[in-house]
Design a protein around this ligand. Sequence first.
Ligand code: CO8
Length: 264
Amino acid sequence: MADENKNEDVDLLIDTHQNNVRILTLNRPKKRNALATSLLENIAKALEEADGDDKINAIIITGGSKIFAAGADIHEMAPKGAPEGLSDPRPALWGKIRSIRKPIIAAVEGWCLGAGNELLLCCDIAIASAEAKFGQPETNLGIIPGAGGSATLMRIIGRGRAMKMVLTGEPISAHEALSYGLVAQVEEVGTVFEAAKEVAEKISSRAPLAMQQAKAVIKAGFETPHSAHLTYERQAFSLLFGTSDKKEGVDAFLEKRKPIWSGS
Ligand code: CO8
């Protein structure tokens, strides 16, 4: 598991798995991986580093074997008023997290709440344990989600379901999350990280530029009218025709061999 031999002095563990996969493990178990601003900063920085590293093709974010994340750090929020809210550095950090080009896989065991669920919404594929629970409980605190837990969530799971999650603050089960399209895969408890590694390795073994363009095109659907989205898809498709990896992929198929991707 990614949380073996955890050093509790650092709030984010960063490992590189052999198959060009970067693994980020949230590491504040005593605070249920609450996303303090410093942790969010470290996540954004680690993601940007992975995005700029030619040897990394896919990224896993996990909270380890017990919890994904319990949301923003409520202790940190407690003394803050509207002026601090308006000068909050976190929206910029969320912007960085959303702008990562490489595919990100979330591996979720246990609770995934509030800003934890918003972090999941920034990932491209979520894999959850059968006992994971997902929620936007901010209204219990007299606030609302502030980083996509209503705006992005409704685009993914639909208006009625997002309304119910946000207005009641009640968590949903992993199987509900699967049927809502919030997660892509549900696995047995304790096996999620291995399943995420398998998916990340599969992505990592494929043409890197195609992976990044596919991510960009699918994500663009959130904000683009369908006709413009189709045009963007077509342009990305045409651009990939100019890559060495397109030539290699087609040659390898015709020569009945495995392609060797160069990422160019
Ligand atoms: N923030 C800070 N500390 C936390 C948090 C949190 N979100 N969640 C748990 N902790 C701490 C507790 O205070 C406790 O600390 P201590 O031992 O020092 O008293 C420790 O973690 C253990 O907590 P519990 O005893 O409650 O642990 P359980 O395993 O019994 O329960 C739960 C786990 C279910 C996750 C429970 O802790 C819980 O409900 N937590 C709060 C969940 C929540 O309300 N999340 C929403 C937070 S608000 C938010 O995310 C807004 C995002 C806006 C982003 C805006 C960006 C611009």
